[in-house]
Every structure is written in structure tokens, then in C-alpha cells.
Design a protein around this ligand. Structure first.
Ligand SMILES: [Zn+2]
Length: 290
């Protein structure tokens, strides 16, 4: 059983540093171009760098996948992300997933309002109005670094609309353009993803830390890239859990390229590694393996 004081020193809010050169989240990036354009927005103008919001759906799926892997590495199984009564187009794929470390979503709980279920169910919820105990927020990004508030889960980055011409492959057509594809993208993203725990348990932090490490180590693996256009190098994300013991000004300092860690921050890193993390890791092992 982890020391309650250790949990209290972490608090409900944690931040994951996310760095990526190119992120493509389909058409679901919300931009604030109306501020910049007054009707004259030109998406190809490099001067027209605007900010926006990355919704948390894709981020959440990416994190969940990393957590599922960690649970499976400990010999456990995780809720399958799909509904068990869904009419899967490829039934054998679902069966194969179940063999590879998943159980049908919700099979780990009898009463969703009373049982915790598996760790993935506990964190991400499932059905019956059970929200899950980790709240994933969207990331607001801005091209103007000085206006980025990392302590509110924001990032530096800018929105661009990419245009791709799809041309005919038929030789007689002489590469005649068939259609134009527009892709919403965020470039040079660096910022903090804000997660809040509705209820904090030591094994949650053990799992979060391990999953973020796993995702960082496997960031070029197709399965663990984020969003779309992965065949074109998008979605390679370097990530790290920002030490939850940092205070707000220390969190902001993590993103300040001109300044390093203070001695207090170094000491907090040591405390986190030696004291907190070892507790939280064993809580994770107990929950999954025990
Ligand atoms: Zn489950």
C-alpha cells in the first residue's frame, strides 16, 4: 500500500510534454483563423500562422494504446477499445485481439458503478455513464511562444493546411490532376498535455509513467504514432511525463530553451525517481499481477 502522503504531493493534475514536427489529426483540428483573417485567410501564406485546438480524442487513443501495452507486458489484459456487441467487419481480427491481451470491453466489471474493473476500464471508463478516472484535455496551441501558458496545458505550434494533388497514373493522361486533397496539420508542436485525475491511485501514476516511456521509446513504430499521415512521417511524438512534483514556475521552465533545471528541480527529480516512482511501480505490479 502506497503512502498517502506520496499521493498527496502529486495532486490531481499532471502534464505530459509532447514534441512533434508534424501532426495530422484529419479535419478535427479547430483553428482560430477567424481572428487572423477577417475573411481574407490564405492558407498557403507562410505568414499566416495561426493557432488552434487539438481535440483530445486522438491523444487519448494514443495514450490508451501505450497503457494497454504496459498492462499486457505485466501479464494482464485490457478492455478491448471496441464494443463487444459491435458487428465487427472482420470478426477474426476481434478474436485475434482477444488472444493478444484484450478482454471484451466491460467483461472485467459486474457492476460498472461499483467495480473498478481492469486498469484501462478504471482510467478510461466504458459504458453506463462511467467516465473513467483520468480526464484528458484538448491541447490549445499558439505560434506565439510568449503567449503559451504551459501550466494550462498549452503548446507552441502552428496550424498549416497542406495541399496535395492526386494525379492520374494512366500514362495517356499525362499526370492530369484528378483531385486536390487538403490536410489540416500542426507543425513544430512543443507543449504540455494536461491530464487530471478524478481520483488518484498510485497504480495510475505507475502506469502513466511506464506508458509514456514506452510510447517515447516506440515513437517511430507505426502502431504508436499519433494521428494520420503516418506513412509520411507525421505523428512521431517524443514525450515525457513532467515531474508531477514541480511547481508551476518549474513546469514553465521545462519548456524554456534558454534555461536549464534549477537545483531544486534536480532534487525533485531524484525524489520522484527514488521515492515516488518505486512505490507507484510496485502498486502497478500488485494491481495487474496480484
Ligand atoms: Zn477491462
Amino acid at each position: 500500500m502506497a503512502d498517502a502522503a506520496l499521493l498527496d504531493s502529486v495532486g490531481p493534475d499532471v502534464y505530459v510534454r509532447i514534441q512533434t514536427d508534424l501532426l495530422v489529426i484529419g479535419d478535427s483540428i479547430i483553428t482560430d483563423r477567424h481572428h487572423a483573417s477577417s475573411g481574407n485567410y490564405d492558407p498557403d501564406d507562410p505568414q499566416n500562422q495561426i493557432g488552434g485546438i487539438i481535440p483530445s480524442f486522438s491523444l487519448s487513443g494514443w495514450l490508451r494504446h501505450g497503457m494497454e501495452r504496459v498492462v499486457q507486458q505485466h501479464g494482464g489484459t485490457a478492455c478491448h477499445p471496441g464494443e463487444s456487441n459491435a458487428n465487427f467487419r472482420k470478426d477474426d481480427v476481434y478474436e485475434r485481439d482477444l488472444d493478444a491481451g484484450y478482454h471484451p470491453k466491460g467483461d472485467c466489471v459486474e457492476d460498472p458503478t461499483a467495480d473498478d474493473g481492469c486498469l484501462v476500464f478504471d482510467l478510461f471508463g466504458g459504458f453506463g455513464g462511467v467516465p473513467g478516472k483520468v480526464m484528458r484535455r484538448p491541447i490549445q496551441f499558439s505560434p506565439v511562444r510568449s503567449s503559451v501558458d504551459y501550466t494550462r496545458g498549452q503548446a507552441e505550434g502552428h496550424y498549416r493546411r497542406l495541399n496535395r494533388n492526386v494525379v492520374s497514373r494512366n500514362e495517356a493522361d499525362n499526370r492530369e490532376p484528378l483531385r486536390n486533397v487538403e490536410v489540416d496539420a500542426v507543425a513544430n508542436l512543443d507543449g504540455a498535455w494536461h491530464l487530471s485525475f478524478r481520483e488518484l491511485k498510485p497504480e495510475f501514476l505507475g502506469l502513466l509513467d511506464a506508458a509514456i516511456r514506452y510510447l517515447n521509446e516506440n515513437c517511430t513504430d507505426f502502431m504508436h504514432q499519433l494521428g494520420g499521415a503516418r506513412n509520411f512521417g507525421a505523428g512521431i511524438v517524443e514525450c515525457a511525463l513532467v515531474n508531477p512534483l514541480y511547481e508551476e514556475r518549474e513546469l514553465a521552465r521545462v519548456f524554456d530553451r534558454g534555461r536549464g533545471k534549477t537545483q531544486t528541480m534536480e532534487e525533485k527529480d531524484q525524489t520522484w525517481e527514488d521515492k515516488h516512482l518505486s512505490e507507484f511501480e510496485s502498486a502497478l505490479e500488485d494491481r495487474v499481477e496480484g
